[in-house]
Design a binder for this molecule. Sequence first.
Ligand SMILES: [Zn+2]
Length: 89
Amino acid sequence: MGSLDAAPAGGCSRAGCRKAATSRIDWRNPKIHAEDRVKTWLACDEHVDYLREFLAARSFPVRVSSFEATDAAAPAPSPGAGPVGGGSA
Ligand SMILES: [Zn+2]
């Protein structure tokens, strides 16, 4: 459990943030992920820049697009799946 691979469903991925997401961030870590392996974070208006910069600072390929939560979405992953403040960077 706690897999980041699950399709996200509506909540911001920023640790501790429970806001509804308005953007999705598709990214990949070239060092550990295969070419076709893309992870997705969701972000609210407030954190989309933070999360994008977090990934861009590591030279990960990042693509931000708009996100709209739907009722058909799968159960949400554990909140705060994104980078945790205070962790080693
Ligand atoms: Zn947020």
